[in-house]
Design a protein around this ligand. Structure first.
Ligand SMILES: NC(=O)c1ccc[n+]([C@@H]2O[C@H](COP(=O)([O-])OP(=O)(O)OC[C@H]3O[C@@H](n4cnc5c(N)ncnc54)[C@H](OP(=O)(O)O)[C@@H]3O)[C@@H](O)[C@H]2O)c1
Length: 320
């Protein structure tokens, strides 16, 4: 029975002690990296941006197969050929992750062709921005459909096979706005908070089921030097410079190879996590204002629209 399996209080203390020691030992001595030679990696939003960089970085560790999903054919083609040039087989499919039916259809095609996906990197994401009361209904809906529900559909499609073989890894490229908030980022932040909640619950459920071979990782990057938050700057850009896509990709792949549960990039942002938990809300409001974070999202560029596929390839890739 479940009750009989509950640890006693002394055992709980022992488990806490062991896990803290393991974490520190890993930090100090360095952690071993797992081999991904037999793994099939799927990256959503893998054609460009951080997803593209993750594909190129993970290819260095020679997985069995990489598969990229996104809506724009041309960037998928280019990235897939770059990954293939590194000696790793790479395929791509057009898939809008906000469309549940399309995700299940593509997942069936992927698994028929390459067998079970064992490393799922949920990276696809969009941001629109705007005050909560001014944001358009369609924009709020789309943000949640891509950033939150998209993760849900891919996990439902690929996790059962991972659980049945007790082997796999689910990764979410979240954001520092997945545990903190700033004005004009309400819908994005809500979508990322929701995904963090889902990932944490998933980790707990896998633990409850005793599925120790399936790992869950969330990556929380601060702003990255690319188009998504282009033009958004704090009052102290030298203290909080945007991250490089390469750095985020490298840390993400390192976290996958070492089965890390969560990382926040850069390290300084761990302070935000702690500050939000312990400081009074008024203090946080003053701090946001002082740092100029309250107006950082006034200049978000509009999300890039998918590039429509050429007709011939549309017929080949998308039977709809
Ligand atoms: N950039 C930042 O400052 C930053 C900071 C923290 C976290 N993040 C997170 O990092 C992830 C990647 O962002 P990025 O910076 O690489 O942005 P990006 O360059 O705009 O890339 C977004 C990727 O998602 C894909 N995508 C968008 N909507 C999609 C949909 N409905 N279905 C499938 N794919 C879709 C895009 O491809 P198509 O348009 O071709 O579909 C593209 O490959 C996102 O989850 C984002 O929230 C970014």
């Amino acid at each position: 029975m479940v009750d009989e399996e509950k640890p006693s209080f002394p055992r709980l203390l022992w488990l806490i002690f062991c896990s803290v020691c393991c974490a520190f030992r890993g930090r100090i001595l360095g952690q071993a990296r797992k081999s991904i030679a037999d793994d099939v990696v799927l990256i959503t939003g893998g054609g460009r941006g951080i997803g593209r960089k993750i594909a190129l970085e993970i290819a260095k560790y020679q997985p069995k197969q990489v598969i990229l999903w996104a809506r724009s054919l041309e960037s998928l083609e280019v990235t897939a050929s770059e990954v293939t040039a590194l000696g790793v087989p790479c395929d791509f499919m057009i898939c809008d992750v906000s469309d549940c039916e399309q995700v299940y259809q593509r997942a069936r095609e992927t698994q028929e062709k390459y067998g079970p996906v064992t490393i799922l990197v949920n990276n696809a994401g969009i941001v629109k921005g705007g005050h909560v009361l001014e944001a358009q209904f369609e924009d709020i809906k789309k943000t949640v459909q891509v950033n939150t529900l998209g993760n849900c559909w891919t996990m439902k499609a690929f996790l059962p096979a991972m659980i049945s073989t007790n082997h796999g890894h689910v990764v979410n490229i979240n954001s520092c706005l997945g545990f903190s908030t700033i004005p004009r980022g309400g819908d994005y932040s809500a979508s990322k908070h929701a995904t963090l909640g889902m990932m944490e619950a998933l980790r707990e459920e896998l633990h409850e089921k005793g599925v120790a071979g399936v790992h869950v990782t969330t990556i929380h990057p601060y702003m990255v030097k690319n188009r998504m938050f282009e033009g958004c700057e704090t009052r102290f850009p030298n203290l909080f410079p945007p991250l490089e896509e390469d750095h985020v990709a490298m840390e993400t792949v390192d976290a996958i190879l070492k089965n890390k549960g969560m990382i926040i990039l850069p390290l300084l942002q761990y302070l935000t996590w702690v500050a939000r938990s312990v400081l009074p809300v008024e203090t946080m409001l003053h701090a946001l204002k002082f740092l100029g974070v309250d107006v950082v999202l006034t200049k978000i560029p509009p999300p890039r629209q998918p590039v429509p596929p050429r007709q011939a390839q549309l017929t080949k890739q998308d039977p709809k």
